[in-house]
Design a protein. Structure first.
Length: 397
């Protein structure tokens, strides 16, 4: 049995920040009823590269049920309210005031289900001077300082590729929802949970330039990390990602680097025999390590260093995530069958635990409309047919 079996989520999320939250809950066994407008979650057509739904949509909606309801129709809104009585959790990540305009805010749902946990993901939260501003991932990252610490010291701030602003927020919301659910089992009462994408990203800024914490802006360090030779080094090869990351933190790890690069004499060199000397002569030290790295492929460099106990990794590109032997052995990429797209590859969740499920395919738009409304609202065929004819609901084509 999955960890969250029996928990039912009314999912009004779109794109990624919200869908990553409910995706995690689905992976852990919760039943996710994804409420979509007649045209579907816009994520279905984001970066379309397949005959059916996009890879983007499939990556964040594994194992969910799609129910299409026109919430701008009063009958559609009532269907949602009726479903809310049968669910434990409601999650949304629409723009400012959208839920209020549909009159399905947390107060409304609490009146009909006092145990309802209502999760709200907003770019800048529900209060403050920026509360009405729209945001997407990289806007949230910019507002959280992420770009300001990325790039070369004297260059422009750089955009960070991975979508921490969206998925990082969604995963934190999932944690809050589970805590609220446990609390509701004690109190019998639900609650509203709000999370700001800006603050959810800012929480990852707590490790930078601590000596000037709260007094000066953190700096950019380019490809360097630490003060004793840590950072990226160009390796043998012509590829744009032919680099290895080396990060020796302890003195033992730093000494081991000298052994791996076949320079044990550096231990007796006054420039490098002490921590202070290594800091003072870091540029020389980096040049010595760089000369060694250029003699090895990035995979060879990683193996030599890591097997000796030095924290190191080659720079994986996105294709390496599908082809690296380590991740292959751990079955990180799984193949699922999609009714339109055929066999598709999905990343499995990183949680290795008995109560987590393997990824399954994402739903076709409206695939579960009839099933869910029959099961939870006891609607019969004639009632469903009438709702379809009035464009209140939609089944899969």
């Amino acid at each position: 049995m999955a960890a969250l079996t029996g928990i039912r989520v009314l999912d009004m999320t779109q794109y990624e920040a919200g869908t990553s939250c409910t995706q995690y809950l689905a992976w852990l066994g919760a039943e996710i009823i994804k409420i979509e407008p007649p045209n579907g979650d816009p994520g279905r057509s984001t970066g379309v590269n397949l005959a059916g739904d996009s890879q983007y949509f499939m990556n964040y909606n594994s194992g969910k049920k799609s129910v299409v309801i026109d919430l701008k129709n009063s009958a559609g809104r009532q269907l949602l309210l009726d479903l809310a009585k049968k669910c434990d959790i409601f999650v949304e990540n629409y723009g400012p005031d959208v839920m209020e305009s549909l009159n399905i805010g947390p107060d409304v749902l609490a009146e009909i289900n006092q145990k309802m946990i209502y999760g709200r993901i907003k770019g800048f939260g529900l209060s403050g001077p920026y509360a009405k501003y729209n945001a997407y991932d990289w806007v949230a990252q910019a507002s959280a300082g992420s770009f300001s610490v990325t790039g070369e010291p004297q260059g422009a701030p750089q955009i960070v590729g991975p979508t921490y602003g969206d998925s990082g927020t969604g995963i934190q919301m999932a944690l809050g929802i589970l805590a609220a659910y446990i609390e509701s089992e004690r109190t019998g009462l639900g609650q509203m949970i709000e999370i700001s994408m800006q603050e959810a990203v800012a929480i990852f800024m707590k490790t930078l330039d601590l000596l000037t914490w709260g007094k000066e802006p953190a700096q950019r360090y380019g490809t360097k990390r630490g003060r004793t030779g840590g950072g990226l080094y160009r390796s043998k090869g012509e590829g744009v990602n032919d680099y290895v990351m080396i990060f020796p933190v302890t003195l033992k790890q730093q000494d081991t680097v000298f052994a791996v690069i076949d320079k044990p004499e550096l231990l007796a060199d006054p420039r490098f025999s002490t921590l202070e000397g290594r800091v003072e002569n870091e540029s020389v030290l980096r040049a010595i390590i760089q000369e060694w790295a250029l003699q090895h492929t990035k995979q060879e460099a990683m193996t030599l260093l890591a097997e000796a106990g030095v924290p190191a990794s080659y720079v994986f590109d996105s294709l390496d995530l599908f082809e690296d032997p380590h991740l292959k052995e751990r079955n990180f990429i799984v193949n699922v069958e999609h009714p339109v797209n055929g066999s598709v590859q999905l990343m499995r969740h990183p949680l290795r635990m008995p109560g987590a499920l393997e990824p399954t395919r994402s739903p076709i738009l409206g695939e579960h409309t009839q099933e869910v409304l029959e099961q939870y609202l006891d609607l019969d065929a004639s009632q469903l047919s009438e709702l379809v004819s009035k464009n209140v609901i939609r089944n899969a084509n």
